[in-house]
Design a protein around this ligand. Structure first.
Ligand code: G4P
Length: 537
């Protein structure tokens, strides 16, 4: 696996064409279960968009990393993941900002938060497997924010499940109306290509390009092209697809109630250009973003944005960090001073980074929908709002209750300071959540997936020079607690001191053994809310 060089002296990128304002932005993510083909599709989109010249260029970030050792290898090459956190490319006057969502189920927190920074998503489904666990989880996050979703049923070039069965599964499991728009002609060994049901274009799998059929499904030329048997089977299924399911409705799609479905193959590059056209034509431009003072409209002339991701220690020697900011309004120009609402201080953004495939360079300007990286030394945290002289705060960035809890044991007690620093930094980055018990001095850390613990130990050792191990605690469930009545909350905390810890922001968190215990305590404390998510402020 080769590491991608990060330019320390980025070359200045020329200012973008001033006429291309925010309405040309399409900021989106790909959600999928590992192995469904997200990396392959990303690569083909970048190829189609001219951002890379060769297949294989984004492969290094692929999720061949189920095994720990592989993951560590990827971790060493973290440069790759930062440059691919956002991939910007331009085609036919549309600026695509593709935000990477790490596919590994262990890193879902980061993934979830990335979804707060997009306006739409592509859901990739393996034609042989249908909806899988991680897809469903990510979909639920999209639904919380009514993010419109285009479904790409991938790997149609090989044996898979019946397309109708897949459509029904999406409709039933995700409670979404499905509208097939690109339909397969045969499948597996009999796969001949894809057919655009609205445009009446046949995209040949045999390398014969795309052909339009004026007469649609009844066009004799289509019969001739496909051959009698294939045509008969295709015609029946296409007719059923068109008549038995909803027609594409752009409004229902944008409202998040309907998903257009494209059958294709990322590997063979079938229907990927159609998918891209679809995003360009129908996916929403930057949408208003929620704030504590009401939605912020992208047409607003004052710059605003929020940090949805922080990546620390790109270069351990310099303790640098890159904060990823999604702009929500205004016209940002390099060198601008923006207000950091949390601290009330102004920060000059003199080195905004713009990402193209594996390169990063300086950008001169950005509009709503764009994502830039701001190098900083810890000022910017996930959830922070940047504005041009205003004091509102963007809302809705979630933190999730950890599913794995461990006590941190330091090998060398002299390294307490390093450990604290490391835990604070990595908690800010969102890799881990840190809890402080009422009694005792040992930290408790919480992660969403156990693999994060390996990463945590490796990074604390490598970047902060403190060796740690993790010990099981008797708790497996954590919930943020709150109550209408301050007195009731205080009483509950007092009655449960050993089980209440404090998070980084000093919020009380209740720990218990399992879901059964949780149900028991909820039942007996109706005035207390036990939250599995909380908003980052
Ligand atoms: P991921 O990022 O979602 O985890 O998936 P990735 O793109 O890495 O794809 C997972 C595997 O599926 C890869 O095979 C990839 O080549 C294959 N694949 C992706 N799209 C298609 C498709 O449209 N058709 C077919 N037939 N296969 C597809 P692999 O053997 O695991 O890796 P590799 O050796 O090909 O890199």
């Amino acid at each position: 696996m080769s590491s991608v060089a990060i330019k320390t002296e980025p070359e200045a990128r020329p200012a973008r064409d001033m006429t291309s304002a925010y309405s040309n932005r399409r900021t989106f993510a790909i959600i999928s279960h590992p192995d469904a083909g997200k990396t392959t599709l990303t690569e083909k989109l970048l190829l189609t968009g001219g951002a890379i010249e060769m297949a294989g260029a984004v492969r290094a970030k692929g999720n061949k990393a189920r095994a720990k050792s592989d993951w560590m290898e990827i971790e060493k090459n973290r440069g790759i993941s930062v440059t691919s956190s956002v991939m910007t490319f331009e085609k036919d006057g549309i600026n695509f900002n593709l935000l990477d969502t790490p596919g590994h189920s262990d890193f879902s927190e980061d993934t979830y938060r990335t979804l707060t920074a997009v306006d739409s998503a592509i859901m990739v489904i393996d034609a042989a497997k249908g909806i899988e666990g991680q897809t469903r989880k990510l979909f639920e996050i999209c639904r919380l924010r009514d993010i419109p979703i285009i479904t790409f049923v991938n790997k149609i070039d090989r044996e898979g499940r019946d397309p109708f069965e897949l459509l029904d599964e999406i409709e039933e499991q995700l409670a979404l109306t499905v509208a097939p728009v690109i339909w397969p002609v045969g499948q597996g060994g009999l796969f001949k290509g894809c057919y655009d049901l609205a445009a009446n274009d046949f995209i040949s799998a045999k390398g014969a390009g795309t052909r339009h059929f004026e007469g649609g499904l009844d066009d004799p030329a289509l019969r001739q092209t496909l051959g009698e048997d294939a045509y008969a089977a295709f015609r029946d299924s296409a007719e059923l697809a068109a008549e038995g399911y909803a027609a594409f409705d752009p409004v229902a799609y944008r409202d998040g109630h309907l998903t257009p479905v494209i059958f294709g193959s990322a590997l063979e590059n079938f229907a990927v250009d159609r998918l891209m056209d679809f995003v360009a034509t129908h996916a929403p431009e930057p949408r208003p973003q929620p704030s504590d003072k009401g939605p912020v409209d992208p047409s607003g002339d004052k710059v605003s944005g929020f940090v949805f991701k922080v990546q620390a220690n790109m270069d351990p020697k310099h303790r640098d960090r890159v904060a990823f900011v999604r702009f929500c309004s205004g016209h940002f120009k390099r060198g601008m001073k923006l207000d950091h609402v949390r601290s009330g201080k102004a920060i000059a953004v003199s080195n905004p980074i713009y990402f193209v495939a594996q390169e990063r360079s300086l950008t001169e300007e950005a509009y709503a929908g764009d994502v830039i990286g701001i190098p900083n030394h810890g000022t910017l945290q996930v959830g922070d709002t940047l504005t041009e002289g205003e004091t509102f705060r963007f809302t809705g960035l979630p933190a999730f209750a950890p599913e794995v809890l461990r006590r941190v044991r330091l090998e060398d007690t002299m390294k307490m300071k390093q450990l604290r620093r490391g835990l604070e930094d990595l908690a800010q980055e969102g890799l881990v959540q840190v809890f402080r018990p009422t009694f005792g001095s040992d930290w408790i850390v919480g992660v969403v997936g156990p693999l994060q613990l390996d990463v945590l130990a490796s990074r604390i050792s490598g970047e902060y020079k403190a060796d740690v191990t993790f010990e099981p605690v008797q708790y497996n469930v954590a919930r943020w607690i709150r109550a209408e009545s301050e007195v009731k909350l205080k009483q509950f905390i007092k009655d449960n001191t050993t089980q209440v810890v404090r998070d980084r922001d000093d919020r009380p968190v209740y720990l218990c053994r399992d879901e059964w215990d949780l149900r028991y305590i909820i039942e007996r404390n109706k005035e207390i809310s036990f939250d599995a998510t909380r908003e980052i402020v």
